[in-house]
Design a protein around this ligand. Sequence first.
Ligand code: 6PG
Length: 269
Amino acid sequence: MSPSRREPPAPIPAPRLPGAVVARADLHDLLDELSSDMLAHAINCAQEFGSFHIALSGGSTPIPFYERLMLDPLCRRLPWSMTHLWIVDERRVPFDDERSNFASIRETIVEHSGIPESHVHPIRAVEDDADLAYERELVELLGARGPGRDRLDFVLLGMGADCHTASLFPGSPALKETRRLVRINDGPSVTPPDRVTMTYPLLNAARLVAALVTGIGKREALGRVSDAYARAGEDRSRRLAEAESAPIVGVQPYAGDLRWYLDAGAAGA
Ligand code: 6PG
């Protein structure tokens, strides 16, 4: 190794979670890992399937990651022309509302990546049939890839301090969905405004699910998630029971990988 080459940053202790856990003391190192994992996965999918389907979350946590994707010279190798960009969940507000997830993803990624416009798939969340329309679009485009390939390749999730992920909130109706891929989620258990969200059946069918959880504000929630996984073990129905109060626990890919990306704040190291 050349003397100028940096040692890879050491992993730090983290709570026990299913799947792989990538925990780094420094946020930049963590985002390095996430972007190089995503890059490798994107290149593989583009080569093997001729396309790469990614679904991104909103919230504040992934913004530095999205900025890195645009700025890091290594990320220039992302095959944007073969990428389809989907949105994990959306608030039922117009695109010009500052709470719109798409507005923020458009500003950080779409406008700078060179991704073809026809490959960008916002959720038209204010429409009455927003969930059905998005599901149709997903089924049509993923279905066109053929059997075994008709799933999302990469899903980036975040987690709230109440352990929600996507717009799957504790005790909310969409947690019970076993068939539909996208659902409107509303009612008293949903933090306003009403949402449209990908459901467990779609998220769990993905090839790779990455959960990016950072900051001390998420530490306690991550501890609860770890305890819930420990109580439920591998059993899918017990995990779904735990997911009623800690929705991220319902994320258990059927035949894909789950990877957690944690910084020192969240990991409690
Ligand atoms: C959203 C999300 C949601 C988010 C968490 C964490 O639209 O808000 O998709 O699930 O990932 O609420 O949000 P922060 O990153 O802002 O903490």
